[in-house]
Design a protein around this ligand. Structure first.
Ligand code: HSE
Length: 320
């Protein structure tokens, strides 16, 4: 890929929390995702040429956009003073609980890293992406940024010497994700949580997170199902999600292992054993949603994606 053509990177949708692990678990889907193209510019600094797919709502001010803030952080941390222009193609909704701001930040640093040939270590790309994401959503959510960058299913521990731990992915684990065409701001979804948790709820939750990790390592589907409960965020957020109870009941009736809120919502996800089951569960979720709520919704079916963000081949490369 020649730099004059620009470098395009893709970063996938992600599910924060994975039901039982508020702020500590995240997983990547295969699609949809965001794309960022970076071009060299003779003018130093980072600028936005174009944003598509956002309905004109995202800031074009590079101080406020997650992709450009992340790219600036990359320039700073690698000691570069290049000029870069970017275009951003949003495949993910804004405030949708699908990790959209994280995906743009991650795609931005991957595209810029490829353009500049900096080959920055993953930990640096992670830190720069987190800075971008924090700008857009008001907080650094590693549970979206890390799976968008690394792919897979991850445990995140911000501030620790190993902030990202990759977890095993059971081969048959599939996700049915329903995205209602409404927005829930992450700031509001965090405000409703308050600042403290009763001890009994905390004990139940850390028991579930430990059981979840053990189930992934041992391939114990019964334990996996039993661990997928959220005692912290879901009880405080469910009222923000239109149709949540109807959708969850339909998912469980159709054979989902569990159904919960994706990240801060309003997207809802079910975890299922097998692609066929995930399809049936997803259709049941969509049907229950349409019967109980008058909003549109889109359904996404995916295994947990092994791969995270990557540089995509240019058309010149693929046709040659
Ligand atoms: N873990 C975060 C939350 C994800 O639930 O608020 C934000 O997308």
């Amino acid at each position: 890929m020649s730099p004059e053509e620009g470098c395009t990177a893709f970063a996938p949708a992600t599910v924060g929390n994975v039901i039982c692990g508020f702020d500590i678990f995240g997983l990547a889907l295969e699609a949809p995702g965001d794309r960022v193209t970076a071009w060299p510019s003779s003018r130093p600094g980072v600028r936005i040429r174009e944003i598509a797919g956002d309905g004109g709502r995202l800031p074009k001010n590079p101080d406020r956009n997650s992709a450009t803030v992340a790219i600036r952080a990359l320039l700073l941390s690698t000691g570069r003073h290049d000029g870069i222009e970017v275009s951003i193609l949003k495949g993910l909704p804004l405030s949708g609980g699908m990790g959209g701001s994280a995906a743009s930040a991650v795609a931005g640093v991957i595209a810029a890293d490829a353009l500049l040939g900096t080959k920055a270590p993953l930990e640096v790309l992670l830190q720069c992406s987190v800075e971008g994401e924090a700008t857009a959503s008001g907080g650094a959510h590693l549970d979206n940024v890390a799976p968008a960058l690394y792919g897979g299913l991850v445990l995140v521990r911000p501030g620790r010497s190993r902030p990202v731990v990759r977890l095993p992915i059971p081969q048959e684990l599939h996700v049915s994700l329903l995205h209602p065409e409404v927005e829930v701001s992450t700031r509001e979804a965090r405000r409703v949580l308050g600042t403290s948790v009763p001890l009994a709820e905390a004990v139940a939750q850390w028991g579930s997170t430990a059981a979840f990790v053990h189930a992934l390592h041992s391939g114990d589907w019964d334990l996996l199902q039993d661990s997928l409960q959220d005692r912290i965020a879901e009880p405080r957020r469910a009222h923000l999600i239109p149709g949540f109870e109807a959708v969850r009941q339909a998912a469980l009736d159709a054979g989902a292992l569990a159904c919960g809120i994706s990240g801060a919502g309003p997207s809802m996800l079910s975890l299922c054993r097998g692609a066929e089951r995930a399809r049936a569960v997803g259709e049941a979720m969509a049907s229950a949603f349409h019967q109980s709520v008058k909003f549109e919704a889109s359904l996404h079916l995916s295994p947990v994606a092994e791969r995270g963000a990557r540089v995509e081949a240019s058309s010149a490369e693929t046709s040659g």
